[in-house]
Design a protein around this ligand. Structure first.
Ligand code: ADP
Length: 536
């Protein structure tokens, strides 16, 4: 088929999957199992199983476009589902196991999921919402005993696939995956990825100035496969032929560091909370975990404090800061040091690395306010708007036209500025901005500054209703172990950077800041907790 002078080859996932089989067949896919054992397979086996899963699904009556849900940790069978469900022409819908069971039920129902693949260890969670959803089939993965109540054993289901079952022809605009937004700022909404968007996202994500995946790397996606497709990394790794290490349910720092040491991990990806605990563990016992030289770790999902990047530099590990959303597949911005600053003093390079960064090829990011695109002065703020072949053009099943501009950009709801190098710095989410006496205060900027104080591990800043000022900021802080600081010290620390009216009126010390299912500060819970705060 040609239109024009070159071959017109649809960008469908089978290209990537076939390549993993043919060109990276011997490359390992390692999974940590619930009993803590480590099991090894290869891309060749994963793809062979995935093709059988696709045939089994087609044989079971799954039609193109049908939604097949997964409720699973990161492991080889989840990768089989990532490949096998799209090969059947169906859509992998990864359910977030950290959500409340009622919310999982709402999402599975909203997405009209027909089949569920569920880890045996997650059956107790499934039981909590089973009565509220109606899957035609429930397939149990990793079953150690024969499933009951009409449920199907995954291994037997795949083994029984008829090798002569034909698989459907795929088209590049067909849906292949679906994730729901985590609903930090509203009702979860479905985003449906296509073969084409996933292929292009994988290609660009692998580029050297993005995540820089090589087939000489060993990749540990700590970010769950149910959170924006583990940032697309399983597909990117398969496309490149990168060894994959999948951590299963154990995401504590010693378990992850053991895997990084034992498997020779060179690249890992996760949210800041994961790297905070890894930093603490390495600072306490660096010699226990000899790691590969030049380990890179991608951090995103919420802001990486500059101090965290600095601490890891000292430990000999490189944090790479990236920004994205469920709606953007997620890669939208990534912050590697620009050529102009390669030889700049450390402080300058760090300041840039702590920003959210620049858009990769094929992504157009604007920061716009009522006056138009903001000047590149590193100060003027506006909303981040984004356009790319892997940014959603609509939500599934719900019409929210106000999220797109007339000229075709997606409105992110994130507030940012752009500096002279074109680096975007996120200052807050619109919903988290604090309005004090008619002026705006960016809570995330205060948090990031506080998290650079040597005594502070974590800080969340929220606006609390105030009789005179409408809202005033309160900072909720967690100290590093054995450290503390007085309110006056903290206020003095911030006063060097911010106007006086920005300084929090109170500092509340706590052991733990509540988190969302994606590891972000749960500001809705904090605002609720402090809504009746008594001002002195
Ligand atoms: P939700 O919008 O429900 O929280 P997402 O996981 O899609 O779910 O989160 C996207 C949001 O996460 C972005 O709009 C932004 O506010 C935040 N975010 C993602 N990466 C970063 C980052 N590197 N720095 C700061 N915030 C980030």
């Amino acid at each position: 088929m040609t239109s024009g002078t070159m071959m017109s080859l649809p960008l469908t996932l089978d290209l990537l999957i076939d390549r993993a089989h043919d060109r990276a067949g011997d490359v390992e896919v390692v999974s940590r199992r619930p009993d803590r054992s480590v099991e090894r397979t290869t891309y060749r086996n994963v793809v062979t199983r995935a093709r059988a899963l696709a045939r089994a699904l087609v044989g079971a009556g799954i039609r193109p476009g049908a939604r097949v849900a997964t409720l699973m940790w990161n492991h080889a069978e989840h990768l089989e589902a990532y490949f096998g469900i799209p090969l059947a022409g169906a859509v992998v819908h990864t359910l977030n196991l950290r959500l409340h069971p009622d919310e999982i039920a709402f999402i599975a129902d909203d997405a009209k999921d027909e089949v569920l693949l569920v880890d045996e260890v997650l059956l107790p969670l499934y039981e909590k919402f089973a009565a509220k959803v109606d899957f035609a089939k429930v397939i149990v993965v990793g079953a150690t005993t024969t499933p009951t109540d009409g449920r199907i054993d995954y291994r037997a289901f795949v083994d029984a696939a008829d090798p002569s079952t034909p698989l459907p022809r795929l088209a590049e605009d067909d849906a292949c995956g679906c994730c729901y937004t985590s609903g930090t700022t509203g009702r979860p909404k479905g985003v449906v990825y296509t073969h084409r968007s996933t292929m292009l996202h994988s290609l660009v994500t692998a580029m050297p100035d993005c995540f820089g995946l090589s087939r000489t790397d060993t990749l540990l996606p700590v970010v769950p496969m149910f959170h924006v497709n583990a940032w697309g990394l399983p597909y990117t790794a398969a496309m490149v032929g990168t060894k994959l290490v999948l951590p299963g349910p154990y995401l504590d720092a010693p378990s992850l560091l053991d895997l990084m040491r034992d498997e020779g991990v060179t690249l890992a990806a996760g949210v800041p909370t994961i790297w905070l605990s890894i930093r603490d563990a390495l600072e306490a016992e660096r010699a226990r975990w000899p790691l590969k030289p030049n380990v890179r770790m991608i951090v995103g999902g919420s802001a990486a404090p500059e101090q965290l990047i600095r601490d890891f530099d000292r430990l000999g590990l490189e944090l790479i800061h990236a920004w994205g959303m469920t709606e953007t597949s997620p890669l939208g911005l990534v912050s590697r040091v620009p050529p102009a600053l390669v030889d700049a003093p450390e402080a300058e390079r760090l300041a840039v690395r702590a920003k959210q960064g620049v858009p990769p090829p094929l992504v157009d990011v604007r920061v716009r306010n009522d006056a138009g695109d903001v000047p590149h002065d590193g100060r003027t703020s506006g909303e981040i708007l984004i356009r790319a072949p892997w940014v959603t053009a609509r939500y599934a099943g719900i019409d929210v036209p106000e999220r797109w501009t007339a000229d075709g950009y997606f409105r992110t709801g994130d507030v940012a500025n752009i500096d002279v190098h074109g680096y975007v710095q996120l200052t807050d989410r619109t919903a988290d901005l604090i309005k004090s006496g008619g002026e705006w205060i960016a809570s995330a900027e205060l948090e990031n500054a506080l998290m650079c104080h040597p005594a502070i591990r974590e800080a969340a800043v929220i606006g609390v209703p105030h009789p005179k000022w409408s809202e005033r900021p309160i900072a909720v802080v967690v100290f590093r172990s054995g450290q503390q600081a007085t309110d006056d010290e903290l206020r003095g620390f911030l006063a060097a950077k911010f106007p006086k009216y920005w300084l929090p009126d109170a500092f509340v010390v706590t052991d733990e800041i509540p988190r969302t299912s994606a590891g972000k500060f749960k500001k809705t819970a904090l605002r609720e907790q402090f809504k009746d705060h008594r001002w002195g």
